[in-house]
Each structure stands twice: as C-alpha cells, then as structure tokens.
Ligand binder design. Structure first.
Ligand code: HEM
Length: 508
C-alpha cells in the first residue's frame, strides 16, 4: 500500500494535468464571450463542426447570440456573427490578430510547404502587380487564348451533341484554361508546331485535372488531419506527382508562363529557398488559383440554365458587347476575342456572378490571437479574448443567407446586385444600418483573395464563350439543383453532392 499510494497519486496528477492541457478546466472569465467547450475533451465540437459547419454555427448563434467561443480540436475559436462588427476583426492590427501563423500550419500540413518569414508580403506584392491593374490585361488575354484552345478547337468539325456531367465539364475547362494561363503552354520548339503544342496542352492539362480532382476530394479530410491510412498514402503520392509536374525545371521549359508564377519562383530562389521547396510552392499556387473557380463556374452556369429570365438578360448583354466591338460569330469567321476592357461593360453578368457566389461561396476567415485583446462589437459591447485562441468569421450564415440583408436568400436572383438604373448595387442593410460587408466570397482584409478580379474574368469569359458558341440544356430541365456538400463548408466555393447531366453542341 505504501508503494501504491505515490503511484496512484502520480497517475491522478498526470490525469489532471492531461485534462488541463486538453482544455477541460477552462472557465469563462468575466468580460469574455459565452464559452461552449463541447462534449469531448480537446476535440470539443469538432465532429459536429466538420459534419455541417453552417448548421452548427446557426445552433450556437441561437444559443449564445452574436459572439461565442467554442472548442475545436484543441483550439478555442471565438466566432462573431454580427456583420456590423466584422470590421473589428478584419481591420485589427496584425500584432494582435494574425493570419500568417494559422496559414503557416495549414500549408505545412496540407502542402508540405515551409514558408519564408516574409512569404505573405511577397505573395501580396506579386499579386498586386500581376493579378490586378495592368497585369490583369495580360492574364485575361492568356485565359482567353487557352479557353479558345480547349473549348473551340473542334469548331467546324460538325461534332455531334455530347452528354456530360455539368460539374465535371465546367470544372475541367476552367481548371485547365486557368492552369495553362498561369503555368504556361507547351513550347513550340519542343513540339515542332503550334498545333502540336496546343494538342499537348489539351492532353496534359486534362490528365492533370483528373489527378487534381483526386486531391481535391481528399482535401477536407486532409485539412482536418483525419485521413485514413490508404487515403494518406494516396495524398502523399498525389503531392509528389504535383511537385514533379509543376517543378521549377519543368515549368521553366514552357512558354507564356505568367509573371505571377515566374516571379513567385524567382523571389523564393533569391531568398535562398531550395528548389524542392519552390516546387512545393508551385502546387500551393495551383491549389489557391484553381480550387474555387471551376466549381464556381458550374454553379453560375447551372443557375443561368435554371433561370431562363437570367439567361435571356445575359445573352442580350453578351450580344450587345459583341456588337459594340464589331465582332460577330459566324461559320469560318475569326474567333471572338474578349478583352479585359470588354469585360468591364457587363453589369448584368457581374451581378449574376456575385449572386451565384453569394449562394455558394462559404469561406471561414480565421485569425490567430497573438496577445490578450478586446474585441469591440458594433453595439458598443466589448469582449476579452485570450492570447493563443482563434477568432473566426463565417460570412455565409452571417450575411449571405441572412434574409434581412438578402431577402429570400435561398433563391438565385441574377439582378440582386443591380440598381434599377442598371448600376452596381452596394446598398444593403441590417438593423436599419447600411452594411459594409454585405457579400464576402473572397474573404476580407489583408488576406482577401488577390485573384478575385482574375477569377471574375475567368467566370465571365467562360460563360460568354458558352453562350456565344454552344447550344446547351439540362438533360432533364426539371431536375432539382443538387444539394451543397456540407463537408466542404469553410474551404471556399462549395461543391454539389452529385453531378447533373447536360447536353451541349457547338453551333458553328
Ligand atoms: C471563384 C474563385 C475564387 C474564390 C471564391 C476565392 C476565394 C478565396 C478566399 C475566401 C481566400 C481566403 C481569404 C481569407 O482567408 O481571408 C482566398 C485566398 C487566396 N486566393 Fe482566392 N479565390 C478564388 C480564385 C482565385 C484565383 C483565380 C487566384 C489566383 C489566380 C486566387 C489566389 C488566391 C491566393 C494566392 C490566396 C491567398 C491570399 C493570402 O494568403 O493573402 N484565388 N481566395
């Protein structure tokens, strides 16, 4: 007994220590938001959160109000659900709320990439230069050339109507054209002729897309760190394959590499990063640039097909833009070209793009709390937040689907973001006060998607070409719009639970 007692005591103390480390004893302190630790030590609410983030956050909001702290996989997350208060998170100084630390862990786990200290600054600088302003003109042109190669190469061949899954079709085309626009084309000097290079681009990008989809499907589990042993092996295989295909050595042998990609590689080399790590960064760029736009193009086209009044209005706008630029689509005629300037004259299509993103883009914005701080809510209330916690926003339920901000939120209304005079609508209200953050598919603040202008152009170019060159319809026009796959909440554009068949045929 004399021997057993110290052993039992030691066990008891370690158990208490373990539970303490697992967060089991955390209590809400005065001035802090309501605390909901969840049913499981350390894991907290993570299972319910993973199953359906939107539903879980709605439940928490009903229970606790506009701000609450929940435990998720060892971290305490404070969620803010009042959009009038979003500015206090989005605009907070980096010394208090920081994105980079959170991102660093995620990209290490998911992409095996070890960031440089200034990684985020470098990304911002090159994105501002090459994905916006004048840089966007070049990118938009490259996208156009590649869309033409993928969509219109069999023009005039009299090809028959094809049946296809709409999701796979849209994702495939937009992924491949985006990939080629960013990572470059097969060099003519390698393949011999321009036609041969274009064929290599079509085949190689198609193979890449099918591998990318495999990784894409593993992604939610990968991000949560819950892959099974076989899935882990497959994710590892895919990662290595992408590092190889996108390797600096291979990419630099291409033509028309975008300055966004080549500069990313160059600055990392100049900062002493080894080539293996640069290759890993290339995969990260592929992921960031191609994971959302393809799925977004699917929803947009599907909503237009399900809403004939929207399709009619956009068709009229497309025809008007072509007329104004003196372009006409005719058998044997030149391919139409859609420049960045032409895409500035499509307010109806802009509104439809925003509306489809409102209904289907659902990122979680997360920041790490670097020091104890106070969050000020728009109603004047203040809350203490602890160092080491996370602060997060989920604009999908807080804004996109709030019926007060967007009446009848489940319904796609192509002109929701248009004023009666045809200009862009930016006045949306909650509690009688104008909202600054009324739609947030691109996130906000320092981490707001730097590819948003390019992505919008990609979507518009794709729809533009579909409308001008193809006849297309749903195989069963009465088929319901597929549900959103709830396991992907938080990762950007949502995906459907199943595909939907459609028919398309080149008109020329
Ligand atoms: C419909 C398409 C797209 C959607 C919905 C989307 C959405 C987002 C969101 C929500 C974020 C994170 C924001 C945050 O955490 O605050 C993000 C980040 C990012 N996106 Fe996009 N994106 C799209 C397309 C693109 C494209 C085409 C590119 C590049 C060509 C791109 C490049 C990036 C990069 C590099 C980041 C990281 C930014 C940072 O860490 O500061 N995205 N995107």
């Amino acid at each position: 007994m004399g021997f057993l007692l110290p052993v039992l005591l030691a066990l008891f103390v370690s158990l208490l220590g373990g539970l303490y480390l697992l967060g089991a004893f955390r209590r809400r302190r005065p001035g802090e938001p309501p605390l909901d630790r969840g049913p499981l030590p350390w894991l907290g609410h993570v299972l319910e959160f993973r199953r359906d983030t939107a539903k879980f956050l709605e439940r928490m909001k009903k229970k606790h109000g506009d701000i609450f702290t929940v435990q998720l996989g060892g971290f305490y997350f404070t969620f803010l659900t009042d959009p009038h208060s979003f500015g206090s998170v989005v605009k907070e100084a980096r010394g208090k709320l920081d994105f980079t630390e959170f991102a660093r862990h995620l990209v290490e786990r998911v992409f095996g990439y070890h960031s440089l200290t200034d990684d985020h600054k470098l990304l911002q600088a090159s994105s501002n230069k090459h994905l916006m302003g004048e840089g966007l003109v070049e990118m938009t042109q490259a996208m156009m050339n590649n869309l033409q190669n993928l969509m219109l190469y069999s023009l005039g061949s009299g090809e028959d109507s094809a049946n296809y899954g709409l999701f796979l079709y849209c994702y495939n085309i937009v992924f491949r054209a985006g990939y080629l626009a960013l990572f470059g084309n097969e060099a003519v000097k390698t393949s011999g002729t321009l036609e041969k290079s274009k064929e290599v681009d079509r085949n190689q990008s198609d193979e890449l897309f099918h591998e990318f989809r495999k990784y894409d499907q593993l992604f939610p589990k990968l991000a949560y760190g819950v892959l099974g042993p076989f899935e882990k092996m497959e994710a590892e295989r895919l990662k290595r394959m992408f590092w190889n295909i996108l390797s600096v050595q291979k990419v630099t042998s291409k033509e028309n590499i975008s300055p966004w990609v080549s500069e990313a590689q160059q600055v990392r080399a100049e900062n002493g990063m080894d080539e293996e790590m640069q290759n890993r960064y290339m995969f990260l760029l592929l992921w960031a640039s191609q994971g959302n736009t393809g799925p977004a193009s699917f929803w947009l086209l599907l909503f237009l097909m399900k809403h004939p009044e929207a399709m009619k209005a956009i068709r009229a706008e497309v025809e008007e833009v072509l007329r104004q630029t003196g372009q006409e689509v005719k058998r044997g005629g030149p391919l139409i070209n859609l420049t960045r300037d032409m895409l500035l004259k499509t307010p109806v299509l802009d509104s439809a793009v925003e509306e489809s993103l409102r209904v289907t883009a659902a990122p979680v914005l997360t920041r790490a709390v670097l020091q104890d701080m106070t969050l000020k809510m728009a109603d004047g209330q203040q809350y203490n937040i602890r160092q080491g916690d996370r602060v997060a926003l989920f604009p999908y339920t807080a804004v996109h689907m709030d019926p007060e901000v967007h009446p009848d939120p489940q319904t796609f209304k192509y002109d929701r973001f248009l004023n009666p005079d045809g200009s862009k609508k930016t006045d949306f209200y909650k509690d009688g006060k104008k909202l600054k953050y009324f739609i947030m598919p691109w996130g906000a603040g320092v981490t707001m998607c730097p590819g948003r202008f390019f992505a919008t152009n990609e979507l518009k170019q794709f729809v533009f070409l579909m409308i001008t060159y193809f006849d297309f319809e749903l195989k069963n026009p009465d088929e319901e719009i597929p549900d959103i796959d709830t396991k992907r909440w938080g990762f950007g554009t949502m995906q459907p639970t199943r595909d939907i068949q459609f028919r398309y045929r080149l008109r020329f």
